[in-house]
Design a protein around this ligand. Structure first.
Ligand code: R5P
Length: 302
């Protein structure tokens, strides 16, 4: 029996590409809100005995998570052989320690919640900073898919003499891999965050005025990290940089602010549907999902 994929997100083109690459049946279901705001779900496809993946990127996660948990519980109750979560962007990874007295470690609690309700999880470049891998907090099998091959290919095709800039230490894991694949030099800066929208970034030491700087980060949310880094790059005498982020979270007004700050171009992956999406990660994601979903990936193309 072909696996079943259910689209709980707002990225139909990514969903359709995944379903085709995984040779999975796109499942039909009814989803609406009762007048009191509660979620109603009814599956038109028979989940009994099926291996199922729910696809939903978890930007602005709070409204998305409860319907996903209810769906998983219902599908298991209806006899599904296994229910996994395909979250191209994985939420609640940044509160990975107690920064202030009285805070919780949301990354751990969220991981426990997802692990309780799903049989496996697949995602693209989760924000691994103080945890080395998802296995430290998730108790289910996980696939962590790197966007680096797709980002490096975009750079190869679009930028003649790139130099990559990482705005903070944790960005090195993405920047170094992209730089290696694109055969480009890179520099990692130091960042100090003092609030949601307050960051300071160090100035690049390498005065590379004849190359095109590309700032690479995993997430763009308020865009303050990228905006501050643009300032430091220009201060170093470098040309206007291209800004690349894997996940286009973009808080309100962030893209406009980033453009005003002098980004030459803003490029993101299609893990979250956004007008800046230029890099398609569906093939990489499908390859990560296939063993977990138990799909015969590639047969669809034959
Ligand atoms: C955190 O360290 C991440 O890697 C990003 O740098 C951060 O999430 C970006 O957030 P913002 O766009 O709000 O500065």
């Amino acid at each position: 029996m072909r696996p079943l994929l259910l689209d709980f997100g707002r990225n139909r083109s990514l969903f359709e590409r995944l379903a085709a690459m995984l040779d999975a049946e796109p499942g039909a279901f009814e989803r609406r809100r009762f007048p009191d705001g509660e979620t109603y779900l009814r599956f038109d496809c028979d989940p009994s005995g099926r291996r199922i993946g729910l696809v939903c990127s978890l930007d602005r996660p709070d409204a998305k998570v409860l319907p996903l948990l209810l769906a998983s519980a219902a599908l298991r109750d209806l006899g599904a052989a296994g229910v996994g979560l395909i979250a191209p962007y994985l939420a609640y990874m940044r509160q990975d320690k107690r920064f202030q007295p009285g805070e919780g470690i949301s990354a751990r609690y969220f991981a426990a919640l997802v692990s309780d309700h799903f049989d496996w999880l697949a995602t693209v470049d989760p924000h691994l900073h103080r945890f080395d891998s998802l296995n430290e907090i998730y108790s289910i099998p996980t696939a962590t898919v790197p966007a680096a091959p797709a980002l490096a290919a975009w750079i190869d095709d679009n930028v003649a003499r790139p130099v990559l800039i990482g705005p903070d230490r944790e960005s090195e894991q993405w920047v170094a891999e992209v730089a290696k694949r694109a055969a480009a030099p890179y520099e990692i800066l130091e960042k100090v965050r003092s609030g949601d929208r307050e960051v300071r970034v160090s100035t690049p030491r390498g005065k590379r005025t004849s190359e095109t700087p590309i700032i690479v980060d995993d997430i763009v949310s308020t865009a303050q990290t990228l905006i501050e880094t643009i300032g430091r790059v220009r201060e170093a005498g470098m040309p206007a940089p291209i800004c690349i982020a894997v996940h286009a979270v973009f808080a309100d007004g962030a893209l406009e602010a980033l453009t005003e700050a002098g980004a030459k171009r803003v490029v993101t992956c299609n893990t979250i549907a956004h007008p800046t999406n230029r890099v398609d990660v569906s093939e990489l994601l499908a390859a990560g999902v296939a063993p977990l979903l138990g799909s015969h990936q590639g047969e669809a193309d034959g």
